[in-house]
Design a protein. Sequence first.
Length: 465
Amino acid sequence: MTGNNFNQVPQSLEAEQSVIGALLLDPQGDRSQMVLSRLQPEMFYQASHRLIYATIRELNRTSKPVDLITVTSALEGAGQLTLAGGFSYVAEVNHRTPSAANIVAYANTVRDKAVERQAIEKAGEIQRLFTEASVLSLAEKIDMAQTMLSDVVESSKTGRQSGLTNISAVLDEWVIEVEERFKDPDANRGLKTGIAPLDAMLAPKFIVRGSLFVVGARPKMGKTTVLTEMAKNVSDSGLPVALFSMEMTNKQLAERMISQKSGISSNALYDSGDEYEWGLISKAMGELSERPNIWLDDTPGMTLAHIQAECRKLKRKTGKIGFIGVDYLTLMKAGKADRNDIAYGEITKGLKQLAKELDTTVVLLTQLNRKLEDRADKRPMPSDSRDTGQIEQDCDYWLGIYKDSVYNDNADKTLTELIVRLNRHGKAGTAYVEQKGLCMFDIDQTQAMVRAEPPARHNPRQKDF
C-alpha cells in the first residue's frame, strides 16, 4: 500500500454515482424512497454529487417527476448545472448504472464513508482539545470528547449528525417516525412506566424520549419503589435499563426487584419462608437472569461525569437504552459553586442533555424539603425540592408521591397518590395505586378518590384543647 493510498480521505465515488444513477432509473421505488428519506446530501464526498442528489431530493419532496431531463433542468434553473458537471456528466452517471436493485447497498457505502470522515474530523478535534491551551477542566474535556464520539456512533446507526439541519431533512425523518409509530405503536412511542393508572394519565405520548422525569417525595413514600417498578416493567419489554444508586447497594436493588417481580414480601428473604414463596422467588430470579438487560451501579460518591461515561458506554454496547434511573440527586457529588442550588442545577441540566443525546429518558429521584410538613396539605410540589431551585426549569415531568398514612394514623395504610404536577407533553393529575411492601398494585381510580378523602383523624403530634 502506498503512502498516498494510506492517507486517502474515505470516499467511494462509484457508490455515489450508483446511488444517483439508481434514483434516476427508479425514483419512486420503495428502496429509492427509503434511501431518499435517510441519506443526507452532505454525506456525499464529491461536491457535484451533493448538488445532483440534493436536487433529486427536492424534486421528490415537491412531488415532481425525477429523470435526467427534470434534474438537469432544475440544476440549470438554479445556476448549478456547470458546478454539477454539466448535462453530459449527469447523463453519463445515468447510463452507467444498469439497475436500481442494489441502491440500498450503494447508499450504505456512501453513509459508511461519510461516518468514517466524520470520525477522522472528530479525532482531530479531540486531539486539539487535549493539546491546545484551554480553561476547561480535565473532566470537561473528557465529557466533550465522549460527546464527540457519541455523535459518530449515532451517525453510524441513524445517519443523523449534530449541528444545523434543514427543516426538509427533519420532516423526512419525522414522517418515517410517524409511519413506524402507526405500524408498531408499542415500539415507537414514549416510555411506559408499567404502572397502569399512571400510564393512562400520560397516554398517548407517555414519557417522551429525550426527557428528564423527576420523582420527588419525602422519606418512606416509595420513591425507589417507583423507580424499580419502572425498571422491572421496562426490562420486561426487552429494553436495557441503567440504574445508578447512591442510597442502596446493587444487592439491595436486586432484592427489591425480586420482591416486586415475585409479589413476595422481602421479609421472606430473611426467614425460612415456605416452599410456595421460594418457588415464586426462584422463578423471579430466573426471569431476571434470562433477560440480563438491567444494569446496576452503586459506585460511592458518584458524579455526573461518571453517569455520563457509563451511559455512553452502555449505549455503544446495546444500541439503545430504555431509561436511566438516578437515586438520588442530592446524594450525588456536585461540582464547586457558590450555592448548592447552582451546583445541583448543573447536574439536572447535564442529565437532561444526556437524555436528549442518548434518545432516552432519565428518571431522577429527589428528596424534598422538610418544610413541606409544616403545611396543612403536605402533598408535594416541585418547589419543595431541596437545594434544587432550577429543577422546574430543567425537567419535562415532575411526579410527587404522597401517602397520607405517613402523617395520619387513621388514614388508609396502603393508598398512594402519584401526583403529576408538571407534564410538558400532556396533562397533569393524580393516579392512585395500592402500595404493599415493595410492590405497587392497580386499583379502581373512582373508589381510590373516595378512599383518599380525609378521615376523622387523631394526630398524636398535636395537642387536644
